[in-house]
Design a protein around this ligand. Structure first.
Ligand code: M6R
Length: 617
C-alpha cells in the first residue's frame, strides 16, 4: 500500500517522478506529492489530495525544477486523505523531506515527546513524526560530512520507531543525495547510467532501467547519481544482488484496452500457458515443479498440506484444497493468512505449508509464512512477483509467470494460481495412486485450457448485455458446489470490490439454510453449474430460486441447452474435467463484474478504499 519513487540523476526529476507515480497509483490513490531539489540547497514540495491528476494540475500551475526528488502516492492509514496528510512530510526545519509506506506504531508517544520539545506538526500522520525524528537527529549531529550525518540521523531515528517502513529521505543541505530504508514495506533500487532510482515496485522504474536490487528488511541504502551503498540499518554490511527485471515497460501499460482489468482478463490464455509451460512431463504423466526443492521421498512423506493466502489467493487455495484431496488424497486445509498467524493451529512435522500471493508482499501472508517457518515448517511460495519478499524468504516454491497484474481486482493471478495448484495436485497424485491414464488425461486437458479460455472471452459482448440487464440490482448472489464453491466466492468478491454492491458467494446447498431469504425479483443469483457430478442438485436449487421469482444467470457447459428453459440468462463454457472447471468458470464472472462496474460508472482499476497490495495490517 502506498507507492514511492525517488530519482537522482541529470534529468529533470519531476516528470520522471510523476510518470513513476502513474505506474504506482494502483498501490494507493488517496493523494500524491513530491519534493524536488534543484542542487542549490532549496527544497520544493508539491502535494495534493485525490488522484494523481490533481498533482499534475498543481505542477502545471506551479512547476518545480531539479534533478533529485522523492514522491509518493498514498493509501490513507493515519489521517484522512487531505493535502496536509499527503506525503512528502517535512521536519521542523522544513529542510528535510520524507515519504513513507507502512505504519509507525509508537508515533503518538514520539509525537508527544517532540511536541514537548517545541516541534509543531501540520498533519495527523504517523509519517510526519518520523520526518521530525530524523530531522532532529540530523540537527543534533555534528561533522562536515553532511551525507553521513544524514545517514546516521536516519539510522538513529529508525532505532526509536516500532512498526513498518519503506522510506525515502532527502535534505536541502545535501543536494543530489537520497537515503532509503525498509522494514516490512518493499523497496527496490534501480541502477541506471548516471542516474539511480528508489521505488516500492519495479513497475515504476522499468522504463528507465532493468537492473534492480530488491532490498531486504532492515536494509538501508544511500544514492547519488553515480553511486549507491547498501548496508544494514545498524551500519553492518548487507549482501545484495543485482537482478534483471523480468518484464517490459509495455507489459505494465494498458495498451489498447480501456482498463488494466480487461487487459488482464484477456491475457489469461497466455498467462495460464505461462503457468504450465515447461512443467508438464508427458512420459511420467505428471508435473515438474523443480522450484519446490523437494526430493521424491520428501514429497511422498507429506501427510498434510496447509494453503494460506488472502482474498482472491485464498479462493485459489480453496480450489487447490479440493484438487489436492481429489487427486492426491492428502488432507489439505485452507487458512486465511491473517487468521493463521494468530491461531495456534496444530501442525505436525509432515505438514507442508504453502503461501499463495500475487504480489508476494501481502503483510498477513508474509507473517503467516514467517510463523510457519518459526515453527520449523518448510514454507513454500506460489507467487507472481519475482524478487518479492515472499519469493525471497520462502523455502522454495513456484512462480506464476503471469507478468505484472496492475488492476486492483485480481484476475489472471487467480487462474494462474489454480493452474499451478493443479500441477501440484497432479504431481502429488502421481506419487501416490493416480493412474497413468488419468495423469495423461489431465495433461491433455491442461494444455487445452488456453484455447477454451479464448472461446469464453469471445462472449464478452453477450456477457456485457447480461450485465446491463441487471444494472440496478441492489445485490447479487453467487452459488456453486464442490470445485465451484470457491469460484462462487471469487465471483462475489469481484462484484463487490469493483461495483460496490452487496454480493455474497455460497455453497449452493447452503441456500436453504438462510441465504434464500435474500432471494427476490430484484436480486439476481449467478449459478455456476457445469454438467458435472452435482449438476442435478444445482438444478433443484436453481428451481427453488425461480419459484421465488429470483432472476437467474446460469453458467453451464456448452451443449447443455436444458437450462434455457428455466434460467433467465445462460453463459456457456467449454467442457473440461471437473477439477479444472474453476479456471474456465471464473472467466464469465470476471467479465460480468467488469461490465457491470463500467456500466455503473465505477473506477474499475482503482476501486474506492482499496489498493493492490495490502502491506499494512
Ligand atoms: O497479492 P496477494 O495475492 O497476496 O493479494 C491478496 C489479496 O489482497 C487480493 O487477492 C485481493 O483480494 C484482490 N483485490 C481481489 O481482487
Amino acid at each position: 500500500m502506498c507507492g514511492i519513487i525517488g530519482y537522482v540523476g541529470k534529468s529533470s526529476a519531476a516528470p520522471i517522478l510523476v510518470d513513476g507515480l502513474r505506474r504506482l497509483e494502483y498501490r494507493g490513490y488517496d493523494s500524491s506529492g513530491l519534493a524536488v531539489m534543484n542542487g542549490s540547497s532549496s527544497l520544493a514540495t508539491r502535494k495534493k489530495s485525490g488522484r494523481l491528476v490533481n498533482l499534475k494540475t498543481l505542477l502545471t500551475e506551479s512547476p518545480v525544477a531539479g534533478n533529485c526528488g522523492i514522491s509518493h502516492t498514498r493509501w490513507a492509514t493515519h489521517g484522512e486523505p487531505s493535502d496536509a496528510n499527503a506525503h512528502p512530510h517535512l521536519d521542523q526545519s522544513a529542510k528535510l523531506a520524507l515519504v513513507h509506506n507502512g505504519v509507525i506504531e509508537n508515533y503518538q508517544t514520539l509525537k508527544n515527546l517532540l511536541e514537548k520539545e517545541g516541534h509543531e506538526f501540520v498533519s495527523q500522520t504517523d509519517s510526519e513524526v518520523l520526518a521530525h525524528l530524523i530531522g532532529r537527529a540530523y540537527d543534533n549531529s555534528e561533522g562536515t560530512d553532511l551525507k553521513m550525518r544524514l545517514v546516521s540521523a536516519v539510522r538513529d531515528a529508525l532505532k526509536q520507531v516500532s512498526g513498518t517502513y519503506g522510506i525515502a529521505v532527502m535534505h536541502a543541505d545535501v543536494p543530489g543525495f537520497i537515503v532509503g530504508a525498509r522494514l516490512g514495506s518493499p523497496l527496490v533500487v534501480g541502477l541506471g547510467k548516471g542516474e539511480n532510482f528508489l521505488a516500492s515496485d519495479v513497475s515504476a522504474i522499468v522504463s528507465h532501467t532493468t537492473n534492480a536490487i530488491y532490498l531486504q528488511d532492515r536494509d538501508l541504502v544511500y544514492l547519488t547519481a553515480d553511486e549507491f551503498t547498501v548496508e544494514n540499518v545498524d551500519g553492518a554490511e548487507s549482501a545484495y544482488e543485482v537482478s534483471q527485471v523480468d518484464f517490459t515497460p509495455e507489459q505494465a501499460e494498458k495498451g489498447k484496452y480501456p482498463h488494466f482489468m480487461l487487459k488482464e482478463i484477456f491475457e489469461q490464455p497466455t498467462s495460464i500457458q505461462n503457468a504450465f509451460r515447461g512443467r508438464l512431463v508427458d512420459d511420467q504423466a505428471s508435473a515438474l515443479l523443480g522450484g519446490l526443492g523437494l526430493t521424491p521421498r520428501q514429497l511422498r512423506d507429506v501427510e498434510r498440506i496447509v494453503l494460506c493466502g488472502c482474498g482472491t489467493a485464498s479462493h485459489a487455495a480453496m480450489v487447490g484444497e479440493y484438487m489436492i484431496e481429489h487427486l492426491a488424497r492428502i488432507p489439505t486445509e485452507v487458512e486465511i493468512a491473517s487468521e493463521f498467524r494468530y491461531r495456534n493451529s496444530p501442525l505436525d512435522k509432515n505438514t507442508l505449508v504453502f503461501v499463495i500471493s500475487q504480489s508476494g508482499e501481502t503483510i498477513d501472508t508474509l507473517a503467516a509464512m514467517r510463523e510457519g517457518q518459526r515453527k520449523g515448517h518448510r514454507v513454500l511460495g506460489i507467487v507472481n512477483s519475482v524478487g518479492s519478499t515472499i519469493a525471497r524468504e520462502s523455502d522454495g516454491g513456484s512462480y506464476l509467470h503471469s507478468g505484472p497484474e496492475i488492476g486492483v481486482a485480481a484476475t489472471k493471478s487467480f487462474t494462474s494460481q489454480v493452474t499451478v495448484l493443479a500441477l501440484l495436485a497432479l504431481l502429488l497424485g502421481r506419487m501416490r495412486h493416480l493412474s497413468v491414464d488419468y495423469g495423461q488425461r489431465l495433461l491433455r486437458e491442461i494444455r487445452e485450457l488456453p484455447a477454451k479460455v479464448e472461446k469464453i472471452l469471445e462472449q464478452t459482448d453477450a456477457i456485457r448485455e447480461i450485465a446491463l440487464k441487471y444494472i440496478d440490482a441492489p445485490g447479487m448472489l453467487f452459488l456453486g458446489r464442490q470445485f465451484n464453491y470457491p469460484t462462487a466466492l471469487e465471483g462475489a468478491l469481484k462484484m463487490k470490490e469493483i461495483s460496490y454492491i452487496f454480493a455474497s458467494g455460497h455453497a449452493a446447498a447452503e441456500l436453504k439454510h438462510g441465504v434464500i431469504a435474500l432471494v427476490s425479483p430484484e436480486v439476481p443469483s449467478v449459478f455456476i453449474m457445469p454438467r458435472d457430478s452435482v449438476y442435478e442438485k444445482n438444478v433443484s436449487t436453481l428451481e427453488e430460486v425461480k419459484a421465488r421469482k429470483g432472476p437467474v444467470i446460469a453458467i453451464t457447459t456448452e451443449g447443455n441447452t436444458d437450462l434455457e428453459r428455466i434460467a433467465d440468462d445462460v453463459i456457456y463454457i467449454p467442457e473440461v474435467t471437473e477439477c479444472l472447471n474453476p479456471i474456465l468458470s471464473v472467466i464469465p464472472l470476471q467479465l460480468l463484474s467488469y461490465h457491470f462496474s463500467v456500466a455503473r460508472g465505477c473506477d474499475v482499476d482503482k476501486p474506492r478504499n482499496l489498493a493492490k497490495s495490502v502491506t499494512v495490517e
